[in-house]
Design a protein around this ligand. Structure first.
Ligand code: ATP
Ligand code: MG
Length: 287
C-alpha cells in the first residue's frame, strides 16, 4: 500500500491478531532518503471492510496519535484512507499487548507492575495536559516495548496504543461490553465523555495489571454488566490496601471526584519508594 509520498509499505501476510474493528499485520516500511533505502518493521492496522463507515473516526484516531509525541505513546507514522483499504501504519511493539504478556508470564514482580502503572500514568498526564481524551485505556491497549528484568536491573517500557474508533460513536452494546473499563457516565443519556473518563479506565487497567492480566468481569453478559454499573458496584478489591484505594478512587462513579494525574503519580511514587514491595513481595504471584 502506498501511504504517502516517499513512504511505501510492504505487507507481510502474517496476521498478528484482531481488534474490535481491525486486523493487524506485520509489515515493512520503506523510506527513500537521499537516494538510500531505509527499512523499518511496522505494524499495519487495517480497518475491517464491514466497518468501513467508521473510516473517518479511524482516520481521526490515527491523526490524533501522529500529531502528539511522548515516550509512552505509540508512534503512528501515518494512515492511508485511499482505495479500498484504510490502513494505519504504526510502530511495531516487540512484546505486544500487556494483558497477554502478563497472562503468559504468570508472575511479574511488584516493582515491574508499579513501574508500568507509573509509565501509564505519565502518558495519561501528558494527554491530560494537552486536553486530549483517549477513550480506550485498557491493558490490551498498553503495549510492552521492553521487558523488565530485576536481575539485569532493567525496567519495563510501555507504549499506550491508539484508541481506535471513538467511544462516543460506538453502539450501546459495544459500550456495555466495555464495562468495567468505560466510565459509567458514557452509559448515561446523553453520554458524557471527558478527561475524567480516562481516569476510570486507568483504574480498571491498574486492576488488570495487578491481577496478572486477568480479564475483569470475564464471561459476564451485557445485562449483568449493565446491572454492575446500575447498582454502583466495584471490582473485587486487591489485598493491598493502598493499591485497592487508588483503584477505587479512580473508579469513582462521580467523574469529578476522581483524582488528578498528579495525585495518582505521587501515590505511585510513594508505593515505589516505600517498603511496600518488600512487605508484599511474597504475595506477588497470587495477586
Ligand atoms: P481495540 O479495538 O479495543 O483497540 P485491540 O487492541 O485488541 O482492541 P487492535 O488495536 O486492532 O485491537 O490490536 C489487535 C492486537 O494486535 C492487540 O491486542 C495486540 O496484541 C496487537 N497489537 C496491536 N498494536 C500493536 C503494535 N503496535 N505492536 C505490536 N502488537 C500490536
Ligand atoms: Mg488496540
Amino acid at each position: 500500500a502506498n501511504i504517502h509520498q516517499g513512504m511505501l509499505c510492504v505487507f507481510q501476510d502474517e496476521c498478528l491478531g484482531q481488534g474490535s474493528f481491525t486486523r493487524v499485520f506485520k509489515g515493512t516500511k520503506v523510506d527513500i532518503r537521499e537516494g538510500e533505502e531505509h527499512r523499518t518493521q511496522v505494524l499495519l492496522k487495517v480497518l475491517d471492510a464491514n466497518h468501513k463507515d467508521y473510516w473517518e473516526a479511524f482516520f481521526e484516531a490515527s491523526s490524533m496519535m501522529s500529531q502528539i509525541s511522548h515516550k509512552h505513546l505509540l508512534l503512528v507514522y501515518g494512515v492511508s484512507v485511499h482505495g479500498a483499504k484504510n490502513i494505519m501504519v504504526q510502530e511495531l511493539v516487540k512484546y505486544g499487548a500487556l494483558d497477554l504478556y502478563l497472562k503468559r508470564k504468570g508472575s511479574v514482580s511488584v516493582s515491574c507492575k508499579l513501574d508500568i502503572a507509573k509509565q501509564l500514568a505519565l502518558a495519561l498526564n501528558f494527554l491530560d495536559e494537552k486536553n486530549i481524551v483517549h477513550g480506550n485505556i485498557c491493558a490490551k491497549n498498553v503495549l510492552l516495548a521492553r521487558e523488565g528484568d530485576p536481575s539485569q536491573e532493567t525496567s519495563p517500557f510501555i507504549k499506550l496504543s491508539d484508541p481506535g474508533i471513538k467511544v462516543s460513536l460506538l453502539d450501546r452494546n459495544v459500550i456495555l461490553d466495555r464495562i468495567p473499563w468505560v466510565g459509567p457516565e458514557l452509559l448515561q443519556d446523553p453520554p458524557i465523555l471527558s478527561l475524567d473518563s480516562d481516569k476510570w479506565s486507568f483504574g480498571a487497567t491498574l486492576w488488570e495489571i495487578f491481577n496478572n492480566g486477568e480479564t475483569p468481569l470475564k464471561d459476564w453478559d451485557l445485562e449483568m454488566k449493565r446491572r454492575f454499573y446500575g447498582t454502583y458496584q466495584q471490582l473485587e478489591p486487591s489485598q493491598w490496601t493502598e493499591l485497592a484505594d487508588m483503584i477505587t478512587q479512580c473508579m469513582d462513579y462521580q467523574p469529578a471526584s476522581r483524582p488528578s494525574c498528579r495525585v495518582v503519580i505521587r501515590q505511585l511514587n510513594n508505593l515505589i519508594t516505600s517498603d511496600y514491595e518488600v512487605l508484599h513481595a511474597s504475595e506477588a504471584p497470587e495477586r
